[in-house]
Design a protein around this ligand. Structure first.
Ligand code: GLN
Length: 271
């Protein structure tokens, strides 16, 4: 079969964007290269692989897990069922955090801790974009295997530590950043999310605040005197997290920022 014939077959079952995404990843090409190689012969093994992946998509498995990677802030990160699929909102968290780091620390080399790192997307991106030392930690060893692969494929020198939040963290940091699990226990979320992504990375207790509470009540010992704490948050959690920050730190600045869809999505706590 030619590539063109495979595309025609695929389009009978699924929209052309997905067909091209799957073929591009199987053939290790970008979508434009596909169009330049429509006459290419596709072996029956590759055709079978394509069909299996198409079936997975039709059975409502996230395309990112099928393809096995995702573009985050310009880098390709491997993902699998052991890590949350990095979201666009988290790119916004990284982008805003970089602005805060410049504002607070100038060009000083800083030490960053990414808690609940999952795929490592936050900590590795910060390491890539700014002059810093970075430590990535997660309670899940399986998630850390993914973070390690991403560290290696991106060739970034970061520390990876298995820890339940700060329990196993000894160093001091200028910046602690986290996109912790923040969905409420009984919150209704999309089926494709609940059926596929790790619940350990999604749920943050009754009000979704458990991780913020634990981090804010224990992180002082790991912070330098000038610090920045940056969190991604759920849309109705900002005020409660602000209260938690004020209760745990005497003199502190707290800024709440909205994401591009206008929802409270980030909080920056700093002095
Ligand atoms: N830090 C990772 C991300 O932002 C994982 C977050 C999580 O597991 N809650 O994608």
């Amino acid at each position: 079969m030619t590539l063109e014939e495979v595309i025609v077959e695929g389009k009978k079952k699924c929209n052309s964007t997905i067909v091209k995404m799957l073929l591009a990843s199987i053939l290790n090409m970008n979508p434009l290269e596909l169009l330049n190689n429509l006459d290419m012969k596709i072996s029956s093994d590759l055709f079978d692989e394509f069909n299996q992946k198409l079936e997975l998509f039709l059975s409502k498995k996230p395309i990112q897990y099928i393809i096995g990677n995702v573009n985050f802030y310009g880098n390709i990160f491997e993902v699998n069922e052991n890590v949350l699929i990095p979201r666009f909102e988290t790119e916004e968290l990284v982008e805003n955090t970089i602005l805060y780091i410049k504002k607070i620390f100038g060009n000083k080399k800083i030490n960053i801790l990414d808690l609940c790192t999952g795929s490592g997307c936050i900590g590795l991106t910060l390491k890539d974009k700014i002059d810093c030392e970075a430590t990535l930690s997660d309670i899940s060893e399986k998630a850390l295997e993914v973070a390690l692969k991403n560290k290696e494929s991106l060739n970034l020198d970061v520390n990876i530590v298995n820890s339940d939040l700060l329990n196993n963290i000894q160093d001091n940091f200028d910046v602690i950043i986290s996109n912790p699990p923040y969905i409420k226990e009984k919150e209704e979320i999309e089926e494709i999310v609940i059926n596929n992504e790790p619940h350990l990375a999604l749920f943050g207790g009754e009000e979704g605040l458990d991780f913020y509470k634990k981090i804010l009540s224990t992180c002082k010992k790991n912070l330098n005197s000038k610090y920045l704490i940056a969190f991604e948050i759920g849309i109705d959690q900002a005020e409660k997290i602000k209260e938690l920050a004020i209760a745990n730190f005497n003199k502190v600045n707290v800024d709440i920022k909205k994401d591009l869809s206008g929802k409270d999505r980030m909080i920056f706590i700093y002095n």
